[in-house]
Design a protein around this ligand. Structure first.
Ligand code: DC
Length: 218
């Protein structure tokens, strides 16, 4: 078993694993651990939408004005490195991107088609191999990805996981997640060729083990 868990499949620069799912479904923890086990980078695609939202809030641009948001993005150079550090021009902004304020505003920015195209272009510049998480990595950004996963979990299980990182009661965290799910729903559907995993009753270790076993068996 141990050999199976540490052995890396034959990866090349075209080798991409996508892990999609709703907020707090465990994608980022799973993607990070799977990437570590395989010895390849983990990329969080949501960071680009968070970085765009950070700029929108900082520059007080109306988030629902697609043209104004795109004009803002063209005036600044946002960069995502394969180690998940994010830069705005020459300033690192990674530490400012996981806040309640950005959580609440990010869907309004990420729903614009031109913002999504901007993000896909930046993501497709990254060289594989890598594991990437998001909402539509397997459906739109990397339809030819080598392996695709789609994680789900009940709203309550997701809120319990998210709560230590956010303010508010369990009910408030569930309500905030459900609001974001409703706003993100357009991007949220499993690729037809994705392996779906319901993580509600599974520990992180169990989900990681499932994903790695699936990858080794292909
Ligand atoms: O994965 P995350 O919570 O960091 O993502 C932040 C927001 O960005 C999320 O509310 C929806 C959006 N997002 C998206 O629309 N498509 C992606 N591939 C990743 C994130």
């Amino acid at each position: 078993m141990m050999g199976l868990m540490t052995q890396r499949p034959d990866t090349s620069s075209a080798w991409i694993v996508t892990i999609d799912g709703p907020a707090a479904s465990g994608k980022s923890s799973v993607a990070r651990r799977v990437a570590e086990a395989l010895g390849i980078p983990y990329v969080s695609s949501g960071l680009l939408y968070r970085a765009a939202t950070y700029l929108v809030l900082r520059e007080k641009v109306p988030a629902d004005d697609e043209a104004a948001v795109m004009a803002l993005l063209s005036r600044h150079r946002l960069r995502l490195e394969p180690d998940n550090r994010v830069w705005c021009n020459d300033q690192e902004i990674s530490a400012a991107l996981h806040t309640d304020t950005i959580d609440a505003a990010v869907s309004a920015v990420s729903r614009h088609p031109s913002v999504r195209r901007w993000a896909y272009d930046l993501l497709r510049e990254l060289r594989g191999p890598f594991v990437i998480d998001g909402r539509d990595m397997g459906t739109v950004a990397f339809p030819d990805a080598t392996h695709k996963f789609y994680l789900t979990a009940s709203a309550e299980a997701r809120a319990q996981r998210r709560r230590p990182e956010r303010n508010g009661s369990l009910r408030e965290v569930i309500a905030a997640l459900e609001r974001r799910d409703a706003l993100d729903h357009k991007q949220l559907s499993p690729a037809p060729d994705a392996c779906q995993v319901d993580t509600t009753a599974l520990t992180l270790d169990e989900v990681v083990a499932k994903v790695l076993l699936y990858l080794r068996s292909r």
